[in-house]
Design a protein around this ligand. Structure first.
Ligand SMILES: Cc1cc2nc3c(=O)[nH]c(=O)nc-3n(C[C@H](O)[C@H](O)[C@H](O)COP(=O)(O)OP(=O)(O)OC[C@H]3O[C@@H](n4cnc5c(N)ncnc54)[C@H](O)[C@@H]3O)c2cc1C
Length: 807
């Protein structure tokens, strides 16, 4: 009996020490103490002590452990370690990790999450949003832009330049606005609600492009020359990386430069002859300066001994001989300036390399570092802003449009997609705020930016499809009064650019996350690559044993969470959100465990098993999306009226986590391991379900009823009530319709009739003449009817207006 109790205590101790991630020495000491206790009660004898010594000593004496355990394992690790290309290595090295690392490591510190400061706008940034941004929104007519002139009007272009819209990232000392990432995001959110062409045009020069590259890596001369000109709009930049042969595999660009002597502006200089064929380049057709990525070669070794210097970025004025520029692509009826460019043996001095000749070959690193930041701002903000506007508009439309004698928004079938749009809008805004907040804290969050880019552009696409379905024919018939169709048409653009989404999900999110966020893998890889054998062994030994303890702990934690339903996990709040924190911690522990087991069992194959890494990335992503949502709820003062949005969004993330893990386990290449994993993670089966009908109903109601929560949901969007602003007009009509419903009911009961809710203007006339309503009430009915008619109307055209004449 005593021995059974002792074994039980020993097992509990082992589990507890692994749960709290105790060090090897602490574990050995506490186990030794237990052995002493066992000896005292005559349970532990000499044989047990000998066994303990045989196991514990080699592990605890550095020289023995390194010689007999770590050294052979290091040799094996070198053999199975995935080979990394230099571009992959540079992508891994670029950027930083942030709360994503906590989520990856199995035990997120929720207090730390809530202690990150909430980003705020400066007075100048707020004034810019209230001033020039509102003004330009009023100037742009999206139908005219997309259908009539296929561009922004010359007045809008001039306004953008004059007001430094292209200089949000440029430092004040060069004449720029030097806005925070959060402010840039808010500007883009507002612009995109009005016109995708407007938002893309402003977004690109402020994102990855010459401005950012110059500020980060340019020489003083380059910065002094170009940055003031970019800030004033005198120069229009673009960035040309993609070529017909190299899209996603951008590191394989065939464009090249050869170092040689040549004549430039009448002088003999050391330079490079550049040849390129690029496509899809935003702003290229009207650009004056081209940020060009190419592979630099030095066959005559004029610069150094290296002949292949690698990817290099240079600034090329577009007016040089040999450059072809000006033609346009036509991206999905959202005609922002985008097109191809070619260069044929264009000779420029080496000074044109961004950062000068010493930055030759550093182009890939420069690009991925800038992408870590830019990818978290432009496309996620455009997606979030678009869906915030769409959420309000679709809520309003659902309340105004009636069929079967009731607002369509009251029908359960409509509530379902409407709730998805509302909760996504809440979550997407939360993610842009948290991610740009991280950038403003000095991070270059490469994993987070990939998560934000992928999930927000996907949610934008699915939400706009939901909105189209809810609008029926109103969404489909195009014209100046259609506020959805261009967004719907253009949704795949955001999905494709800055790392096409399938690639981002399959390779980038988990691929970078696993190495950057894991506490030990990067150290192990670095040790394996270290040519100093002694240092390599010591570093590897340290990382390996940390890793083993970490893995055991995650298995223990995962099983404990499963069998206890995670009810004993701590949460920073004891309210409706408590379970969410507990379940997120649980899935975080599952991710840490699954990740180690996938790496250990698949080794280098994991890189090719994209569907495994995509699902691991899904878990990490959903944890991040839910964390951002909970942080938003807390930062905004935990207003319980917002809870339906939080509940829907977080429950959806949790369900998606469960689904990703379930699929991963079912498809785990080694079926035995897959079965064991199921026992540890889902011993009682999968149990989470999607947000329920009641939560969906409450979200749908919020979207259709003017209230503080709805106002917060659309915060920052362009909603002025002037007649040209379609979204503002919808908002006004929603209020008018809701205000006139009691008047309508009064008339129905006075006339003792259940009247149809239309011809409100005629009804007003009748009711006024019968003294049922006041003059003010009659006026409201007339105004509401005018708005209602506008909301349900669609545009029509003369045949000649739809026909393009042969030119
Ligand atoms: C409108 C527009 C604007 C753009 N602006 C610019 C710009 O300003 N500057 C610039 O340099 N580039 C720009 N691009 C290029 C853009 O970033 C690339 O299009 C993008 O990287 C994808 O390349 P691709 O279209 O050739 O697709 P491909 O590379 O041919 O990919 C096709 C499909 O295969 C998938 N795929 C590829 N590799 C993998 C993999 N290993 N695993 C799983 N799936 C994979 C992709 O996700 C995609 O779905 C723009 C593109 C467009 C369409």
């Amino acid at each position: 009996m005593d021995i059974i109790i002792w074994l039980f205590v020993a097992l509990s101790l082992t589990w507890f020490m692994s749960y709290v991630r105790a060090s090897l020495s602490s574990y050995t000491l506490s186990f030794a103490a237990l052995m002493v206790l066992g000896s005292f009660f005559n349970i532990i004898g000499i044989v047990s002590w000998l066994l303990f010594a045989v196991i514990a000593l080699p592990f605890n004496i550095d020289s023995i452990r390194q010689q007999f355990i770590s050294m052979p394992l290091l040799a094996l690790f070198k053999k199975i370690m995935p080979q990394m290309s230099s571009t992959e290595q540079e992508a891994i090295d670029a950027g930083t990790t942030w709360f994503d690392a906590d989520l990856f490591r199995g035990d997120p510190d929720w207090k730390k999450l809530h202690n990150y400061p909430r980003p705020r706008l400066s007075t100048q940034e707020q004034a810019f949003l209230d001033g020039p941004v509102e003004q330009v929104c009023a100037m742009v007519n999206d139908w005219h832009t997309t259908h009539v002139i296929a561009d922004l009007s010359p007045e809008v272009w001039q306004f953008l330049k004059d007001n430094k819209f292209f200089a949000m990232i440029i430092k004040k000392r060069y004449g720029g606005l030097e806005f925070s990432a959060y402010a840039q995001s808010r500007v883009l959110q507002k612009l995109t609600g009005v016109s995708s062409v407007l938002a893309s045009t402003v977004g690109v020069p402020n994102s990855l492009g010459p401005g950012e590259l110059l500020q980060e890596y340019g020489t003083k001369e380059q910065q002094d020359h170009y940055l003031p000109r970019l800030a004033s709009g005198e120069e229009i930049p673009c960035f040309a990386l993609t070529s017909p042969e190299a899209g996603s595999d951008a590191g394989a660009i065939p464009d090249y430069g050869i170092i040689c002597h040549g004549q430039f502006e009448g002088k003999d200089v050391l330079g490079m002859k550049l040849t390129w064929d690029k496509r899809y380049i935003t702003l290229a057709p009207i650009s004056t300066v081209l940020g060009l990525a190419f592979k630099l070669q030095d066959p005559e070794q004029l610069l150094s001994e290296k002949q292949d210097l690698g990817i290099t970025c240079a600034l090329i004025p577009t007016n040089l001989d040999g450059i072809t520029i000006g033609r346009r692509h036509f991206p999905l009826n959202v005609p922002f300036q985008n097109g191809p460019t070619q260069g044929d043996e264009v000779f420029v001095p080496l000074d044109f390399i961004i950062g000068g000749a010493e930055m030759a070959g550093q182009g890939w690193r420069m690009l991925v570092e800038c992408l870590s930041v830019g990818r978290a701002i432009t496309l996620p903000s455009n997606s979030a802003g678009g869906i915030k506007a769409v959420a309000l508009a679709t809520g309003a439309y659902s309340r105004i449009r009636r069929q079967f004698k009731m607002p369509i928004g009251k029908m359960e079938g409509i509530e379902e997609p409407l709730s998805r749009i509302g909760a996504n809008a809440y979550l997407m805004d939360a993610v842009t705020t948290m991610s740009t907040g991280a950038i403003d804290l000095g991070e270059k969050p490469s994993v987070i930016s990939a998560i934000a880019k992928y999930h927000l552009t996907e949610k934008m696409r699915s939400s706009i499809i939901d909105a189209m379905d809810i609008h029926g024919g109103k969404g489909i018939c195009m014209g100046p009064n259609n506020y959805l169709a261009r967004g719907y048409q253009g949704a795949p653009i955001a999905v494709t650019v800055e790392g096409a989404n399938i690639l981002t999900r399959s390779m980038i999110i988990y691929g970078q996350g696993a190495i950057r966020c894991h506490p030990y893998v990067l150290a192990e890889l670095e040790a394996a690559n270290n040519s100093d054998n002694e240092q390599a062994l010591s570093d590897f030994d340290h990382a390996l044993f940390g890793h083993i303890g970490f893995s055991i702990s995650n298995i223990g934690r995962s099983f404990w969470c499963s069998i206890t339903g995670s009810h004993f996990l701590s949460s920073p709040f004891n309210d409706e959100t408590q379970r969410y924190y507990q379940l997120l911690t649980r899935f975080s522990a599952n991710l840490a465990m699954l990740s180690d087991i996938a790496m250990l069992s698949l080794g280098a194959d994991l890189k090719r098993k994209e569907r495994i890494s995509a699902r691991l990335g899904d878990v990490l992503s959903q944890l991040y999306l839910a964390s951002a949502t909970l942080k938003r709820y807390n930062d905004e003062g935990r207003k319980t009226t917002d809870l339906p949005l939080v509940q829907w969004a977080v429950e959806d993330c949790l369900y998606n986590c469960q689904h990703a893990i379930d699929e991963l386990i079912s498809n785990f290449p080694n079926k035995v391991i897959g079965k064991l994993l199921r026992v540890i993670i889902f011993p009682l089966g999968t149990w989470l379900s999607k947000p329920n009908d009641e939560t969906s109903h409450r979200v749908a109601q919020l979207l259709q009823t003017p209230c503080a929560t709805r106002t917060r949901l659309g915060h920052g969007q362009y909603l002025t009530r002037d007649g040209n602003n379609l979204f503002g007009r919808l908002e006004q009509t929603l209020e008018d319709i809701i205000n006139c419903e009691p008047i309508f009911d009064k008339i129905c009961s006075a006339l003792n009739e259940k009247l149809p809710f239309y011809h409100l203007d005629k009804l007003a006339e009748t009711a006024l003449s019968k003294h049922i309503i006041s003059k003010a009430e009659a006026e409201l009915l007339v105004t509401a009817e005018k708005g209602r008619q506008w909301v349900i109307a669609v545009d029509d055209f003369d045949n000649s207006e739809l026909t393009i004449e042969d030119s």
